[in-house]
Each structure stands twice: as C-alpha cells, then as structure tokens.
Design a protein around this ligand. Structure first.
Ligand SMILES: Cc1cc2nc3c(=O)[nH]c(=O)nc-3n(C[C@H](O)[C@H](O)[C@H](O)COP(=O)(O)OP(=O)(O)OC[C@H]3O[C@@H](n4cnc5c(N)ncnc54)[C@H](O)[C@@H]3O)c2cc1C
Length: 404
C-alpha cells in the first residue's frame, strides 16, 4: 500500500502570507448602485382609496377595490330577530297564577313560571303551553317561560270570592292539566279556595319539585308527603331555579277570558298604610341601613322616613348604641327578605351580606370603590354618605313639590 507523497513546496506556498495586502483605493470612482424605484405617495393613496362611498376608505386589497366598493354599496342585511320559542297548538295548558304585587314579577312568580315550564315540557310526544294569569300586565313573562298571557283583573280584587269566581271560570273553560300558585298570602289562599270550590286535593308549600314527582314535609317536618305532580299545587320559595332557556312568546291568549259578574261580597275596603318605622325588618320590603360610615344619624332617620323605608344598621352601629339592637341586619341580626336595600357607609362584611342575600336590589353608598358592599350592589354611589343623605332628601322634597 503506497502513502500519498507530500509536496513540501506546495505546503509552504499555501501557508505563505501574500506580500501585497489588498487595499481599498479611496481615489477610485465607486461603481454606481442600481437605481431604487421611487415611491409616489400620492399615487399609492389614490390607488388604495375606495371611491363612491360617503367616507374616505382605504382598500387594503390594493387595486382589487371594486368588489369591496360593491360590497359596501350593497344594503346591509337586516339583523335577525332574536329567536323565540313558540308553541302553536298546545296539547294542554299549565296555568301559572302570578302574584306580581306591584306589576312586576316577584322572585317566586318567576319560580312558579319555571315550574310550570317544567310540567309543560315534561313529555316529548306532546307540547304543553304555559299560561301566565295575572291581575295586571307584567313585563318579562316570556323570558321567565310563559307562552301565553291572560289578564284577569278580578284576581287583584279585594274580595277573594270575586277572584275565586274569575279563576274558577278560567279553570273550567281551559281545563288546564296543572294549576300552580306561589305559596304566598294571596296565592296560597286562592289555591286553597279553588281546591274547596272544585272539591279537589291541593298540595301546598311544595319543597321538592320535578316533572315526575313533588314532595312536601308533613307532621312538623318529621315525615314527607310525595307523589306525582297533582293538578292543584302551591310552590314554596326557592325550590325551582328560574327558567333559563330560549325566551318564550308570551302572546295574549287567543280565547276570550270568561267574565264574572262583579258582585262583591265586600263593600268597603280601606288600605291601611303600615308605618315602616314600626314594621319588623324581616317584613319590610324596603330597608335603609346605616353603617360605620354614617355620622349624621338625624339625617339618616329623616331619609328613612322620607323614603318610607324601615331603618336598619350594621353591627358596629348597634354595638355603639347608635341604633337599637333590633335594627341589626346580618347573620346575627335579622335576615331580610326586602325587595330593595339601601346601604349607607357599610363595608359589606360576610356576616352582614348573609343578612341581605335575599334582597333583589341593593344600592350602596360608600367612599371606598372596592368595598364588598359596592361589589354586591346593583347600583353604587361612591361618595360621602353625609353628602348623599341631604342630596337625596332635597331631591325627594323637590319631587313631592314641597309636600312632606
Ligand atoms: C360572629 C360575628 C357575627 C357578626 N354578625 C354581624 C351581623 O349580623 N351584622 C353586621 O352588620 N355585622 C356583623 N358582624 C360584624 C362584621 O364582621 C363587621 O365588623 C361589621 O359588619 C362592619 O360594620 P360596618 O360595615 O358598618 O363598619 P366598617 O367595617 O367600619 O365599614 C365602614 C364602611 O363605611 C365606609 N365609609 C367610611 N366613611 C364613609 C363616609 N363618610 N361615607 C360613606 N362611606 C363611608 C368605609 O369605606 C367602609 O366600607 C359580625 C361579626 C362576627 C365576628
């Protein structure tokens, strides 16, 4: 085997540094660079501008502006109406008798409608319709699950016999599969009257509710009565979740609601307005509370009187003796069922918030934007309570035109 022969001369030449170093010739004329195409900004803007539109628009597709201009010239498609659930020819009706005390659906009304919806949708082979029956028009019945609405002014009558006669006429004309009431003073009473008049059983204050079975406690809660949903029933509070499906139609009932002769058994009705200050906190519908942020208790009392609200307080205020102990709102005070709660200078400690968990509308006045009460409130005024109290009083006086 032969080894490749080394060439020492060639190796030396390869390692040798060339004698003459390459140098730049600074005097020489540089070779001209290739010419760069110049941009004409005016022409670029003109090319990108979409014509025939009221506003100056730039077409980012550059040059292909025709389709864009055409698309812009085309009339915009109409926004689709929100989907509504319709039941055209119901196989049966489920009647939900609403209390709606001040023309608005109460929390229990919404739950009664949701329960009626469950019964109407119970079977796949036949579609039922929920008929909401109230004394006056209410908003939001469709979103709460009502397919039909019917007004029965006699339901709001002061004479329960008149309300019963009107309800009985509708019940006989429609023959609904179920009739649901809320277990309230008015609804519960009407349900029992209807049961007696129709000689039918009624299941009251239902605590467990499904499409197949309902149950209520008996014998002082030591036993339970359960069975399939009866025809007449009243529902306890917070036993059914609100209806959360597609909004229903809530169109007026397409049949005449039977009229009843207006012969009242009650001849004289007087509404006695209760003094909110003497009302128990748990019975009041509107509570105004003072917290540690309130120093003007005279103004606070005047505001509660002017608003017709029951005064309440946080524990700190009661501990300081500024308000009586009965006024304490919270876990170790009174748990409210008020519709509206106005909290002045209250931080919103967990124990206090437990007491207002059932309040539908909460308004907070607090200097601290990050207070838990401000977070809980549907409306918050981030301001000194001592400034808000006289401002509210002045506004109320102005609205009443100087009347007290
Ligand atoms: C076992 C236990 C049970 C309890 N039970 C209850 C209960 O049932 N009810 C209850 O309320 N508490 C209860 N507490 C007390 C609770 O924890 C709080 O201490 C109390 O609620 C705080 O009251 P407050 O919000 O009025 O006062 P603070 O916590 O002092 O809050 C005052 C609020 O007012 C605001 N403020 C200050 N100045 C102004 C101003 N000029 N204008 C407007 N806002 C202002 C502040 O930003 C603050 O948010 C309980 C505590 C314990 C340990």
């Amino acid at each position: 085997m032969s080894r490749p022969r080394r060439d020492p001369r060639a190796e030396r030449k390869a390692h040798a540094v060339p004698a003459a170093r390459p140098r730049f010739d600074l005097g020489a004329t540089p070779s001209a660079p290739p010419p760069r195409p110049r941009r004409d900004p005016r022409r670029a803007l003109a090319a990108a501008t979409v014509r025939d539109t009221p506003r100056l628009r730039l077409d980012r597709m550059q040059g292909e502006s025709r389709p864009v201009a055409e698309a812009l010239a085309r009339p915009l498609p109409r926004p689709e109406a929100p989907a509504v659930r319709r039941v055209e020819a119901p196989a049966f009706h489920v009647l939900a008798v609403l209390d709606a005390p001040d023309g608005r659906l109460s929390r229990l009304d919404r739950q009664v409608l949701a329960a009626a919806r469950i019964l109407a949708d119970a079977r796949k082979d036949e579609a039922g319709a929920v008929l909401a029956l109230g004394a006056r028009p209410v908003e939001g019945a469709g979103a709460a699950g009502a397919d039909r609405l019917a007004l029965l002014p006699a339901l709001g009558a002061d004479d329960p016999a008149l309300a019963l006669a009107a309800l009985r006429a509708v019940d006989e004309a429609l023959a609904p599969r179920h009739v649901l009431f809320g277990e309230t003073g008015v609804g519960g009473d009407l349900a029992r009257r209807l049961a007696v008049a129709r000689r039918e059983p009624v299941m009251t204050a239902i605590e467990h509710f499904t499409a197949r079975a309902v149950a209520r406690p008996t014998k002082g809660r030591r036993a339970e009565r359960a069975g399939p949903p009866p025809r007449l029933m009243t529902l306890g509070e917070d036993r059914v979740a609100d209806y959360a499906g597609l909004p229903c139609e809530a169109r007026p009932l397409d049949m005449e609601v039977p009229a009843v002769p207006a012969e009242a058994g009650v001849w004289d009705v007087e509404t006695i307005v209760a003094d909110p200050a003497s009302l128990g906190l748990s019975d009041s519908d509107f509570v105004v509370s003072a917290g540690n942020g309130v120093t003007d208790f005279e103004g606070f009392g005047a505001l509660a009187r002017a608003l017709g609200a029951t005064p309440g307080a946080s524990r700190v205020v009661c501990d300081a003796g500024l308000m009586p102990r009965e006024a304490q709102v919270g876990a170790s005070g009174t748990v409210l069922a008020a519709n509206c709660y106005l909290a002045l200078g209250i931080a919103g400690a967990p124990q206090h918030l437990q007491g207002i968990a059932g309040c539908e509308h909460v308004v907070a006045v607090n200097t601290d934007l990050h207070a838990a009460m401000v977070e809980r409130a549907g409306l918050a005024i981030v301001q000194d309570a001592q400034a808000v109290i006289p401002a509210l009083l002045a506004l109320l006086a102005q609205r009443r035109g100087g009347r007290p």
